[in-house]
Design a protein around this ligand. Structure first.
Ligand code: ZN
Ligand code: ZN
Ligand code: ZN
Ligand code: ZN
Length: 149
């Protein structure tokens, strides 16, 4: 009587064990078999810098094109999970000199003043200006940006 219990119990537990480990193996390979995508934005202004693909160590070369193709073959539902957003402080964290001037101000070459971000406007021609009385001082090549914090 004492032998009956182990015999009927053992096969069931072995079968369960095999099924679980197979399933977890397959799940693990699903998560590593696609490349990951990184969307990189400028740290300060938040504008788009670029995209990078991280190699999945799968069976294809580690090049941007191959990695991109691999990421695109990821099922749609999994794309968010395979995408991360990061920031870069390249070029001071701004996408352009104009953007930096608009977000953090500049040093005006006409009046010699430090223009604060709160004083920055865009005029009718969509140029960056600050007002000195009624006069627009336009942000230009000779103005300087990024010289103070
Ligand atoms: Zn891949
Ligand atoms: Zn920007
Ligand atoms: Zn000025
Ligand atoms: Zn200027």
């Amino acid at each position: 009587m004492s032998l009956v219990v182990p015999i009927s119990y053992r096969p069931v537990s072995i079968v369960l064990c095999i099924t679980t480990s197979r399933r977890s193996l397959r799940m693990a390979s699903d998560t590593v078999s696609y490349c990951r995508k990184k969307i990189i934005n400028y740290k300060e202004c938040g504008h788009f810098w670029g995209t990078k693909y991280i190699h999945c160590h799968g069976d294809h070369p580690d090049t941007t094109d191959d990695n991109k193709q691999c990421w695109e073959s990821r099922p749609r539902k999994q794309r968010n999970a395979g995408t991360t957003i990061e920031t870069t402080d390249k070029e001071g964290g701004y996408c352009s000199r104009d953007c930096r001037a608009e977000y953090s101000g500049w040093h005006c070459c006409q009046c010699g003043r430090a223009v604060l971000a709160s004083e920055v406007h865009r005029n009718a021609e969509n140029n960056l200006v600050h007002l000195e009385g009624d006069v627009e001082h336009e942000f230009c090549e000779d103005c300087s940006v990024g010289l103070w914090v």
